[in-house]
Write a protein that binds this ligand. Structure first.
Ligand code: HEC
Length: 148
């Protein structure tokens, strides 16, 4: 009876090592394209975490996550050098046709995220709720125009 268990354990170990590679391969993205994808994935995780922490009103933890989102928001345009939109990137050519507009969308996102930080610092749940919504809208607002 022991052998099958060992085999199953070995399969599970192999699988758990292989899964992260598959998840983060982003269909072959490399270099700065992969870096920005990883940063967007991370930012999505931080936003989700804030949603959960709002229920427990853990303002200090909310601020930590929001600061991570804000730090990335400030850097987004630097991660979109001209000519980096080829597959597997989901970036639209429009980013480089209207780079000022893209920078403005990143700035609006940074400003909305700062709203989360300020509202959490003030422990103001009403302001936090609307800042959270504004931040999520700022993700979608940029995606709608600049992401495939
Ligand atoms: C200023 C524009 C902009 C803002 C703001 C923005 N995104 Fe994105 N996002 C993009 C673009 C462009 C891509 C496509 C990148 C690529 O494939 O090269 C992307 C890709 C993604 C991806 C896919 C990453 C992958 O693995 O391929 C996720 C997830 C994501 N964004 C989540 C978010 C979340 C959550 C927010 C807000 C907290 C956000 N984004 C804010 C422009 C933006």
């Amino acid at each position: 009876m022991k052998k099958p268990l060992i085999i199953i354990a070995a399969i599970l170990t192999t699988a758990s090592v292989a899964v992260p590679n598959m998840l983060f391969a982003h269909d072959g993205a490399t270099g700065i394209v992969k870096e920005r994808m990883d940063n967007f994935k991370a930012t999505q995780g931080h936003l989700k975490a804030i949603g959960g922490l709002m229920r427990s009103q853990d303002y200090a933890a909310i601020i930590e996550h929001a600061e991570q989102i804000k730090a990335w928001a400030d850097k987004i345009p630097e991660y979109f050098p001209a000519g980096s939109g080829a597959a597997p990137s989901a970036a639209k050519a429009r980013i480089w046709e209207d780079f000022d507009g893209f920078k403005a969308a990143a700035k609006a996102h940074a400003t909305a995220t700062q709203g989360i930080i300020d509202a959490a610092a003030a422990e103001d749940m009403t302001a936090l709720t609307s800042a959270f919504r504004a931040t999520a809208d700022s993700c979608g607002g940029c995606h709608k125009v600049f992401k495939k």
